[in-house]
Design a protein. Structure first.
Length: 639
């Protein structure tokens, strides 16, 4: 997605023309593999750092264009959301000081970004999913205004032909729909690259697949989305569903999402993966391509393979093969897309050290991992690690079913250290960064666990919005100390410091744990629910969860008093007493506007509905009580 001159697939003629270029690039790539034209004898490491921008109240800040202009540095670039940025590290060779060089590069770039962002009233933060992100942040108005992003959204939405459906079950459950791909922008990653030769690609790639689960288990940092506690690494489930163009069919059909772990081991070369992905996934984007790769090869030069790289950039395997050209030499890399951003730079480098060390160590330990572990087990391990982190039970060669924590401490950390040292990494650096992982694993305080425990501790001290803002504020402070996550105390409101209180939208205040009835229910049911749940208003929904009415305590008292002298009062249906002319608001309604509306209309609640009139929340006068003063202060400040 780094190319700026790409566009959507265009009409049928343009699609066919680009597909021919894609197939030609694949044939040229096959020739390069057959002739072993790729760089070998060099083991380079690389990385891409994705980042969130937040404003003064710790909410997503759509300021990337201004920040990039202030930076004026080609290493920094856009991401899908206007509140995201990315910078790329210069590749380093696997050797004595490579890990320290990684940390130095990231820290220096992050400080440059921090300085530029603060000059514009925002701050960068390293987190897998921003705790304060709201669904209303994910509209097309917050998509980075570049053609390639709108093109990929339009193409994927056209292929899907319906809203994207999300269902993620953790300690809480999230069930939502969305009409564009912007939920992908909730995720930020620390993507690391490992250069391999063409002859060792298949072996290395399969090792990377095996390692995805235990490395992720040690690194989880994304447990919260829209205030709900889901997977230890919710990024995995969210990304897989955010660009899923598949639709349910009436009969079970084998289908693979554009984001996937894959379905089988690689047997010989990256050509297998490219062929499968071109076969399975439609072309989404195209670009002007003038080179003939065979002419370039005939001249003894290196082809760009633009069409192949562009299509590969729209298929998001968790371990992705990458073709590149560096200093005039073609090379192959394995891109690890598993690791989340954050929670600190040193934690990220430690995670990278674990992966790099295990890649090297596994190559020394196992001749062929496909003979000792079933692919389905490797894939199941990955999902389990994403769901449960260090608490996942993983299947491992020679160990059977073993807890991720135990596997890391007893087998993988020693193997990673041996792998790094054998590859020439300085003993002290290997010990330092792997020691960070070991201490984190022993303590159990991964980034995700810190967020979960901090949120639990804060729950009694503030509203949901205040808790989530405090988590972000304390994270930003922690990231400036250089201390890894396992050394952080749990977040407190005192640590967060004075946070300017601002409530922009109804969705930040509304109650989403709703009790409803249908219009055919008996009045007795409404009275019982009001009594049991201590509520004074009950929304009435139809079978499609569309709001059709509202029953208030006052309605109920009036009808029951009128019916005292009549038999069968309890058989009165809800439709006979409910209010039908209901004042409602949308989730993205400004909170001040909702407060004024309640006052002007003299109503005690506002049902909150989406664009299909489905009920998503309810806002009552009680929800405004604790925040009335800051809301009024905002109103007076704006005058």
């Amino acid at each position: 997605m780094g190319e700026r001159d790409i566009r959507d697939q265009g009409g049928p003629d343009a699609l066919r023309a680009f597909t021919r270029l894609l197939l030609q690039d694949l044939r040229a790539f096959q020739k390069m593999v057959d002739d072993d034209l790729f760089e070998r004898g060099v083991r380079r490491l690389g990385a891409e750092q994705e980042i969130f921008l937040v404003d003064e109240v710790m909410k997503a800040a759509p300021r990337s264009a201004e920040v990039l202009e202030a930076l004026d540095d080609p290493r920094f670039t856009t991401e899908l959301g206007r509140f995201n940025l990315e910078f790329n590290l210069e590749p380093v060779e696997l050797g004595p000081s490579c890990l320290a060089a990684f940390e130095k590069q990231i820290s220096a770039s992050f400080e440059r970004l921090r300085s530029a962002a603060e000059g514009l009233g925002c701050r960068p933060v390293l987190c897998g999913i921003l705790p304060t992100i709201e669904k209303s942040d994910l509209g097309l108005d917050n998509m980075t205004p570049l053609p390639r992003y709108f093109a990929i959204n339009e193409a994927m939405t056209r292929i899907r032909g319906a809203d994207y459906q999300f269902r993620i079950q953790g300690r809480d459950e999230l069930i939502i729909s969305h009409d564009n791909v912007m939920l992908e922008a909730c995720n930020t990653s620390f993507q690391v690259h490992f250069q391999v030769s063409v002859r060792e690609f298949a072996r290395c790639y399969n090792i990377a697949q095996v390692l995805a689960a235990p490395v992720l288990a040690a690194a989880t940092n994304s447990p919260l989305l829209f205030g709900r506690q889901l997977w230890r690494e919710t990024r995995i489930a969210l990304f897989e569903q955010s660009v899923d163009t598949r639709l349910a069919t009436s009969h079970p059909r084998e289908a693979q999402g554009r984001v996937s772990f894959g379905q089988h081991w690689v047997e010989s070369s990256p050509v297998e993966i490219f062929k499968e992905d071109i076969s399975r996934f439609r072309v989404l984007l195209s670009a002007d391509v003038e080179e003939d790769p065979f002419d370039v090869l005939a001249r003894g030069e290196v082809p760009a393979l633009t069409a192949l790289r562009l299509h590969n950039g729209t298929v998001y395997r968790w371990n992705r093969p990458c073709y590149g050209v560096y200093r005039g030499e073609p090379h192959l890399r394995i891109e690890n897309r598993v690791l989340p951003a954050g929670p600190t730079v040193v934690d990220e480098v430690a995670n990278a050290a674990l992966w790099f060390g295990l890649m090297a160590g596994m190559m020394e330990t196992y001749e062929d991992v496909t003979r000792i572990l079933d692919f389905a087990a490797a894939r199941e391990n990955f999902v389990s690690a994403a769901r449960l982190g260090l608490g996942a039970t993983l299947e491992w060669p020679g160990r059977g079913q073993v807890l991720g924590r135990e596997l890391l401490l007893e087998v993988l950390l020693p193997m990673a250290r041996e792998g790094l040292v054998t590859a020439g990494v300085d003993h002290g650096q290997a010990d330092h960064y792997l020691g960070v992982v070991e201490d984190r694993v022993r303590s159990g305080q991964t980034g995700s666990q810190w967020l979960i425990d901090s949120a639990t501790a804060l729950r009694e001290t503030g509203s949901r919005a205040e808790v989530l803002r405090a988590l972000v504020a304390v994270s930003i402070k922690g990231q400036t100390t250089g201390r890894p996550i396992h050394e952080w105390p749990l977040a407190t409101l005192e640590q967060a410091g004075p946070l300017k209180r601002r409530y922009d939208r109804v969705e930040e205040l509304m109650t989403t744990d709703l009790f409803t009835v249908t219009e055919e229910e008996v009045v007795d049911m409404v009275a019982s629910v009001m009594d049991w749940r201590h509520v004074r208003r009950i929304p009435v929904e139809d079978d499609q969860h569309r709001l059709v009415g509202l029953v208030t305590y006052r309605n109920l008292l009036r009808v029951l008093s009128e019916s005292l002298s009549r038999d069968g009062a309890s058989a009165i249906p809800v439709r006979d007493i409910m209010e039908r002319d209901i004042i409602t608001v949308a989730p993205d309604t400004p909170a001040l506007a909702a407060m004024r509306l309640m006052r002007e209309k003299q109503v005690g609640c506002l049902p909150v509905i989406d664009r299909d009139r489905r009920l998503v929340g309810i806002l009552t006068e009680h929800d405004f009580m604790e925040i009335a003063r800051p809301l009024l202060e905002q109103e007076f400040e704006g005058r």
